[in-house]
Write a protein that binds this ligand. Structure first.
Ligand code: ATP
Ligand code: MG
Length: 350
């Protein structure tokens, strides 16, 4: 499978201030290059660990479309960053035996970007559009007839002599990925035949991902160390792979043993201030603010943002989802409230 990439301005920064978190789910600046030739990225359904429901559904659709010799239905993948949307799209192209053209909404701003993408396609090719919720309305209008009727409607000429010309395009599969499905326009949403959500991974799946990555990196790792890393990976393979690389660095410098054990994991992550639940200093300041200054809440998002000197969107999209997922935080109509489990953890680590 060939991958043609036209991503031009994908921002690897997780927040406006350009600060990067070891346990943030978005790509770090230093990982951007790595992600383009990601040696840890699974290349087949079999190597894509976890998400069994998703794999089942997609494997059936892929098999059926191969049997019929048709292009796979347009597919929408959504879910938090780092869970494998891009990876799954590339696997599908591989399993279909077709070329994947990889792009993202910010690279498709002008009509000619879309035309350029669709005009030279071979039949049944896969087009992957990342951050599809960011497509502007002109680009969306061009995509609708292309997705539905395999037709590109182009305006030729200018002013009074301009007219509409339709060009037929080959059957293709559009795979759209988004972390914000609610931001997608409803006509766009309706044009996807298959819509699938990626969920956070459980500890067992993460443990398997860690073991697989360790093997690919020629590392030997103990069961206990894989378990510890899994617990700190925030349900996210991207974070799991990042932590294992950091632990490898630490082990190379500080340990004579060839095997990564639980002690090395604890020491390495202590150095990076990542605690037993995968929380970092930002998470702990957030919890600390609610617990110490607002008696556990409820407290409003804007108040918390001001108290932490952070932007409220960053808090809402980067800090809070994981805290809610592990049952440390509740969003109520009166504001944010921490749970007793969060208070217990905070007392233990602070
Ligand atoms: N199921 C999996 N098994 C093993 N490794 C995985 C799996 N899913 C993802 N990964 C690894 O996690 C990393 C992040 O995956 P990917 O880039 O596909 O996430 P994404 O959902 O597209 O994130 P974003 O929303 O930021 O674009 C990749 O390095 C990939 O190798
Ligand atoms: Mg992606």
């Amino acid at each position: 499978m060939a991958i043609v990439s036209s991503i031009t301005n994908h921002s690897p920064f997780p927040n406006d201030r350009g600060e990067e978190r070891l346990v943030g789910p978005s790509l770090l600046k230093e990982e951007f290059k790595l992600s383009q030739q990601d040696s840890l990225r699974p290349k087949s359904f079999d190597n894509f660990l976890g998400q069994s429901e998703l794999k089942k559904v997609l494997a059936i659709s892929v098999k059926a479309s191969l049997k019929r010799g048709e292009a796979l239905d347009h597919l929408m993948l959504y879910g938090p960053p780092g869970l494998g949307k891009t990876t799954m799209a590339l696997i599908i192209a591989e399993e279909l035996g077709v070329k994947a053209r990889v792009t993202s909404a910010p690279a498709l701003e002008r009509p000619r970007d879309i035309v350029g993408l669709l005009i030279n396609m071979q039949p049944r090719e896969l087009i992957f559009v990342d951050e599809i919720h960011r497509l502007n309305s002109i680009s969306q209008e061009l995509l609708y007839p292309a997705m539905e009727d395999r037709r590109l409607d182009l305006t030729v000429g200018k002013g009074t002599s301009s007219r509409m010309r339709s060009i037929e395009i080959p059957p293709f599969t559009l795979v759209g990925a988004t972390t914000k499905p609610a931001a997608l326009s409803s006509p766009m949403r309706d044009r996807f035949g298959i819509t699938q959500r990626l969920d956070f991974y459980n500890d067992d799946d993460l443990k398997n991902i860690i073991k697989r990555s360790a093997k690919l990196l020629n590392l030997s790792i103990s069961e206990e160390a894989s378990e510890h890393l899994a617990k700190r990976s925030r349900g996210t393979p991207r974070i799991a792979n990042r932590l294992i690389r950091r632990v490898r660095d630490y082990a190379e410098v500080h340990s004579s043993s060839k095997t990564i054990d639980a002690h090395i994991v604890s020491d390495a992550l202590y150095l990076h201030r990542v605690d037993q639940r995968g929380l970092d200093a930002t998470d702990r300041s957030y919890l600390g603010l609610i617990i110490d200054q607002y008696q556990g809440g409820p407290v409003g998002l804007e108040t918390l943002a001001a108290g932490l000197g952070e932007d409220s969107t960053t808090i809402e999209t980067v800090v809070e989802p994981y805290l809610m997922q592990i049952g440390f935080l509740k969003r109520t109509s009166r504001g944010r409230v921490v749970t007793p489990a969060a208070e217990k953890h905070y007392l233990l680590v602070s």
